[in-house]
Design a protein around this ligand. Sequence first.
Ligand code: GRF
Length: 219
Amino acid sequence: MTHQATSPLPVVVLISGSGSNLQAIIDAAQRQEIDIEIKAVISNRPAVAGLERAQRAGIETYVVDHTQFADRRSFDTALAQVIDRHQPGLVILAGFMRILTQEFVEHYLGRMLNIHPSLLPNFQGLNTHQRAIDAGVSEHGVSVHFVTPELDGGPVVRRASVPVLPNDSADTLAARVLKQEHRIYPEAVGLFAAGRLKLQDNVAQLDGQPIAQLPRTAE
Ligand code: GRF
């Protein structure tokens, strides 16, 4: 289903926790650097800081608490109902810590982005900073990608790399990566809102040109 680019592009943001990426996107929208309107922020966990960030910005918030559902499928169905009420042209996963069903992902294919703290396709999954340190890589980073049924596997639309320093801990490395997250996520959302980013046959394109993907190297 293709969605005509509208201005501002209505978006829904899904969170699970602090919402620092949400905040970066709110700030970029308020500075009119990106042409979106955040119609709703939905958390799968109650009382997280990200909900307060949204409320402070006057954005509607919802909690769809995954512990209240018997299985993944019924949670995803309830979540999609809340999302679709707002008819978003883009769904943004921002620190959203749920594995989504294939059906849910396919419903939003081509209009759902996620941010993952590694240079994909390396270090998919959790604890990426400690794994990068343990693997002895000299470079780490963050990737914004289209969400496809492969967990953390969708084509990357924007990435940023940071050095891994000899005395880095997972926390110091995570903090260096997070700064880059807050820079590139608003950029990626802005490009999508401008109609410049597309997912075509599982290839991410910027202005009609395929975006180069990294080879799998580490681990
Ligand atoms: C970030 O490291 C992000 O890459 C990951 O979740 C962490 C927290 O994000 N997806 P946020 O502060 O809740 O946006």
